[in-house]
Design a protein around this ligand. Structure first.
Ligand code: SF4
Length: 326
């Protein structure tokens, strides 16, 4: 039996309620834009091997999906509260720590309801996904095209590689088709090549093929980031390489990572010159395909030619009730 990084099949589903949903984006980097985030689910059915969302506070990330059934109601209350205290409502990033359009969304429609709440307040939002389930909500997003954006993560065009690294996602073709349908509706679209896996899918040919495919389908921006290793991510990778007898890759990763000077918080970054070379290559490719380009958590914002996440949607100016003279 090949190595698996999850414990339960089929995956468990737990309907739950949340006390809060709307949070500031806290990626702990000064280069990150001011956004608010919501995660309608905890855990993710896609089970990507390299996933950053598998934090220790939810060790069942790949085994149980918590469906926050009251998310739309909580969001409604939190928006009203936020509006009373602030002059601007930032853009909302839907699902930085899960996939808002994972398969369960087709059953529960929690993301859809949250989107309806955001739209009812004129708030700009964007989602990031590896799915095509958002096509069911295409009309909903399309009538709001000036204030929403769709972003798809595409790390490779190789279907065999996708089945190994992102085993429960839809095919790359379905993701590209979804991106194209959104573009055709006039909704701004972008893609993320994130994470780039060193020595696996980092050649200029592989990267250019992704960029060409997405640019052809109407994307206007891409964001990229090279794989960072946290302890449990490295454990999964190490087990995976060992299980497959990939001793060369194992050695290459050990050489590229784990230099104390390349540690940021709980993450090990690849060597700086490796990252600089990749980002230079991608910046040039962005120019060639006339796309704006951003880097994510690389600490090298000088490579960016647009906002790091590609989001140019307006923040909502909140109208305060006029003061009456007494
Ligand atoms: S789609 Fe995103 S959140 Fe879901 S498992 Fe993959 S990397 Fe993690």
């Amino acid at each position: 039996m090949p190595y698996q990084w999850w414990s339960h099949d089929p995956i468990g589903v737990e309907e739950t309620t949340c006390k809060s949903l709307l949070h500031p984006f806290t990626a702990h980097h000064s280069e990150c834009p001011n956004r608010l985030v919501i995660n309608p689910y905890t855990g993710c059915q896609h089970r990507c091997l390299y996933c950053y969302g598998t934090y220790f506070f939810f060790p069942n990330f790949f085994d149980i999906i918590q469906v926050k059934t009251n998310a739309p109601q909580i969001l409604q209350k939190e928006i009203q509260k936020y509006k009373k205290k602030h002059e601007y409502f930032p853009q909302v990033y839907i699902s930085p720590a899960t996939d808002s359009y994972q398969p369960l969304e087709r059953r529960y429609h929690i993301t859809r309801q949250c989107v309806q709440v955001l739209q009812s307040h004129n708030i700009s939002y964007y989602f990031m996904s590896k799915s095509d389930a958002m096509l069911e909500d295409l009309d909903l997003h399309a009538h709001y095209r000036d204030r929403c954006m769709g972003i798809w993560t595409i790390t490779s065009l190789d279907e065999q590689r996708r089945k190994i690294w992102e085993p429960f996602t839809v095919s790359i073709k379905k993701r590209l088709d979804a991106l194209e349908r959104f573009s055709e509706e006039g909704i701004p679209t972008a893609f993320r090549i994130d994470p780039i896996l060193p020595f696996i899918d980092d050649s200029s040919e592989q990267l250019e093929a992704i960029i060409a495919a997405c640019a052809e389908r109407g994307a206007i921006h891409f964001t990229t980031s090279v794989l960072k290793l946290r302890k449990e991510i490295w454990t999964r990778l190490e087990n995976f390489f060992q299980d497959r007898g990939e001793s060369t890759l194992l050695q290459q990763y050990q050489n590229l990572y784990f230099n104390p000077s390349d540690r940021r918080g709980s993450y090990y970054y690849p060597k700086t010159n490796y990252r600089q070379n990749i980002l230079t290559l991608l910046q040039n490719l962005a120019k060639k395909y006339e796309l704006s380009f951003g880097t994510c958590l690389e600490g090298m914002p000088h490579f960016n030619t647009g906002p790091c996440d590609g989001v140019c949607l307006p923040a909502l100016k909140i109208k305060k009730p006029q003061q009456k003279f007494k």
